[in-house]
Design a binder for this molecule. Structure first.
Ligand code: ATP
Length: 207
């Protein structure tokens, strides 16, 4: 299966871009979606999280209070690393299982922390959605109703823009309109279809 890892900082436009790829016919496997599935009531991962971070994170139905978990771990690097250590291998394994089952010309894996976990996502290509920090700030503040301190905290917890640029094969500069973004993603879709075809022909002629 031909694979493209899609990454970018918070609020850069990953979900918007992956929704366009999905509409165009690529399969999308999103780490945030998989993480939410793993944290559904009754899932073993949720049990581990409650044991480590407090049973009061779950209501009577066993449903996770996400805002409380975020509050508890986000301000504290050690706690955040503990949460990542529990969740990351489970998310990675579930994502690759979904890739194997995908029925599409290629798969887009949405991995926000790709720079931090490159070895776990050996994809054919890396696509970065890039925005200058000023745009990133204003879009995240508007979307999540955060103040500057809240945005600072999230930005400090992620890799830096230049680190992400280092690992990218393709870059979308998401600085203009959603209409422009649509055109750019459609162009990349055509390119990935061609590359996936070439990879398939190479495999068939070798094997
Ligand atoms: P997160 O890292 O939090 O998951 P994300 O990278 O998935 O965020 P999106 O949710 O796709 O980012 O985009 C962030 C916000 O910016 C959303 O409200 C989205 O509608 C808006 N947005 C994305 N691209 C554009 C654009 N080109 N023009 C205007 N608004 C945009």
């Amino acid at each position: 299966m031909y694979t493209v890892a899609l990454t970018g900082g918070i609020g850069s436009g990953k979900s918007t871009v992956s929704a366009i790829f999905d509409q165009l016919g690529a399969a999308v496997v999103d780490a945030d979606v998989v993480s939410r599935e793993l944290m559904r009531s009754g899932q073993p991962a949720l049990r581990q999280v409650a044991q480590r971070f407090g049973e009061d994170l779950l209501d009577e139905q066993g449903v996770l209070n996400r805002a409380l978990l975020r509050q508890r771990v986000f301000a504290d690097t050690v706690q955040r690393r503990h949460l990542e250590a529990i969740m990351h291998p489970l998310i990675r394994d579930a994502m690759w299982r979904q890739v194997k089952q995908a029925d599409a010309p290629y798969v887009v894996l949405v991995v926000p922390l790709l720079y931090e976990h490159q070895a776990d996502y050996p994809t054919h290509r890396v696509l970065l959605v890039d925005v200058p920090e000023a745009i990133q700030r204003s879009r995240v503040k508007r979307r999540d109703q955060l103040d500057d301190v809240g945005v600072d905290r999230v930005l400090a917890s992620q890799s830096q823009r230049d680190q992400r640029l280092q690992i990218a094969d393709d870059v979308i500069h998401n600085t203009t309109t959603l209409a422009d973004l649509q055109v750019e993603v459609a162009r990349l879709h055509q390119r990935y279809l061609r590359l996936a075809d070439v990879a398939l022909i190479e495999r068939e002629t070798q094997g």
